[in-house]
Design a protein around this ligand. Structure first.
Ligand SMILES: *[C@@H]1O[C@H](CO)[C@@H](O)[C@H](O)[C@H]1NC(C)=O
Length: 149
């Protein structure tokens, strides 16, 4: 950990509200580049998602294309099998993005991640995709989470 990261962690521990940047893997973003993924609240990684609570996911990306639409698809990957994970709004254009999406512009995609009480308390990988007009991924990201009671 470098000095700067240590300082940020210290501020977070002191109770400042921090944008909790999450380590993610890119799983084939074709028409945009992801700069960062931030989940709130997520003070430790993998993010501990409490049943019955809702989290916010904020993905910052720069588009390479123009697109009238953007549609999100979320899966929970359990033992390699992707299972659809319902989110409140699949329309990216209603999730912080002003459409049409323009090339070279940077957007913040912000959506809720509700964790239902009936979900099992397991570790899994969340796969979050946002597709453009041509059904290509503006972004495809993977991040690990742990569902806790
Ligand atoms: C999303 O993250 C960006 C970059 O940190 C920030 O400027 C923006 O305010 C965030 N949006 C929301 C709704 O939290």
């Amino acid at each position: 950990m470098n000095v700067q990261t240590g300082f940020i962690v210290l501020l977070c521990l002191m109770g400042f509200t921090c944008a909790d940047l999450v380590k993610f893997k890119d799983c084939g973003s074709e028409s945009a580049k992801v700069a960062m993924v931030d989940i709130n609240p997520c003070p430790v990684q993998p993010c501990q998602l409490k049943k019955g609570q809702s989290y916010s996911v904020n993905v910052t990306f720069t588009s390479d294309v123009q697109s009238q639409t953007s549609t999100a698809q979320v899966h929970g990957v359990i033992a390699g099998v992707p299972i659809p994970f319902p989110i409140p709004n699949e329309d990216g254009c209603k999730s912080g993005i002003q459409c049409p999406i323009q090339p070279k512009l940077t957007y913040h995609y912000v959506n809720g991640l509700p964790v239902k009480t009936e979900y099992p308390a397991i570790k899994l990988v969340v796969k979050w995709e946002l597709r453009d007009d041509n059904k290509k991924d503006l972004f495809c990201i993977l991040f690990p989470v742990q569902i806790v009671s």
